[in-house]
Design a binder for this molecule. Structure first.
Ligand code: NAP
Length: 281
């Protein structure tokens, strides 16, 4: 029976350390969160980020802009925040409403304040193994592996999903940790066989019930990144948790796994940005 990786407990520890380091700075770290439109899920995320900031002793600002905000207005706000000395991190909650150009907005964020690690400059730095910030979700997964003494070196790591925010940076971090990485996506014909060959299996697809027990190797580490809603509206991942637990050595639950770690990593990145801006190593 697999050991359950407790993301909630780990995240609390990460935030405790972040708070202690933040208190030692001359100025407290500041995070600005921009939300455009009134998507209820995005609103929940923004509220929890505000709570995380409070827990870590950060200064935070929230911009709830109306749905009809123009590209020009949004860019002007990002540029204003780029110039503010009390703001270390800028986060634009995605997805943006239809009609707004996400790429242009992300590109406008000062890379030194890009705490989501979405800016091409930071993606490039990550690719060459010199990251400024850890991409939050994959970074959270790596922190979990470290804390549970799971070393990807020499292991076969299979990542399901190739999005820019999860799959690709996840594969990159595992590669930098000396894993042998296989990436799968919707056009991968032999997904089941590849998944079943993994020592470390990371699923970031967004399809409830995708990963069944026959796709889990005996003793594998199973990381479920997905946050889906099942037919009853309950939060769940891609992995059939109970049956996969019978074969895995370690497994993350949903909720209580990768999600809280993602949020904790955002706080860690904001602290890193504050240190960068205050010239503290
Ligand atoms: P996304 O942009 O929709 O990407 C999904 C990926 O899965 C794509 O690469 C897609 O392939 C692939 N895919 C789709 N169907 C597949 C199949 N049947 N077999 C294999 N691969 C398949 O999603 P995302 O933003 O990466 O998010 C993925 C999941 O993680 C979602 O459930 C999301 O809610 C969750 N998430 C969680 C956190 C967290 O903090 N826990 C953070 C971010 C995202 P193609 O590229 O070929 O289309």
């Amino acid at each position: 029976m697999a050991t359950r990786i407790d993301g909630t407990a780990l995240a609390a520890k990460v935030k405790q350390t972040v708070r202690a380091e933040a208190e030692a700075l001359a100025r407290r770290p500041g995070l600005a969160v921009i939300l455009v439109g009134d998507d209820p899920a995005s609103r929940v995320y923004v509220t929890s980020k505000r709570r995380d900031c409070e827990e870590c002793g950060f200064y935070s600002e929230e911009y709830a802009l109306p749905e009809e905000t123009t590209q020009g207005e949004l860019l002007a706000l990002v540029r204003e925040l780029n110039g503010r000395e009390d703001i270390d991190g800028i986060l634009v909650q995605l997805p943006l409403p239809w009609g707004l150009d996400e790429k242009e907005v992300l590109l406008a964020i000062d890379p030194a304040k890009d705490v989501d690690c979405f800016h091409p400059f930071n993606v490039g730095k990550l690719t060459i193994g010199e990251p400024v910030f850890q991409p939050c979700t994959p970074g959270g997964v790596m922190e979990m592996l470290r804390k549970y003494g799971i070393d990807p070196a020499g292991k076969r790591c299979v990542v399901l999903g190739r999005s820019n925010i999860v799959g690709k940076p996840m594969a990159m971090l595992l590669l930098h940790a000396d894993g042998t990485v296989v990436m799968c996506h919707s056009k991968t014909p032999d997904l089941k066989e590849l998944a079943a060959s993994a020592d470390i299996l990371v699923s970031a697809v967004g399809k409830t019930g995708l990963v069944t027990a026959d796709m889990v190797k005996e003793g594998a580490v199973v990381i479920d990144v997905a946050m889906n809603r099942n037919d009853a509206g309950k939060l769940c991942g891609d992995v059939c948790f109970e049956e996969a637990s019978e074969k895995a050595s370690y497994i993350t639950p949903v909720p209580g796994g990768v999600g809280p770690m993602t949020r904790a990593m955002l706080m860690k990145n904001t602290l890193t940005a504050a240190k960068l801006h205050q010239d503290v190593n």
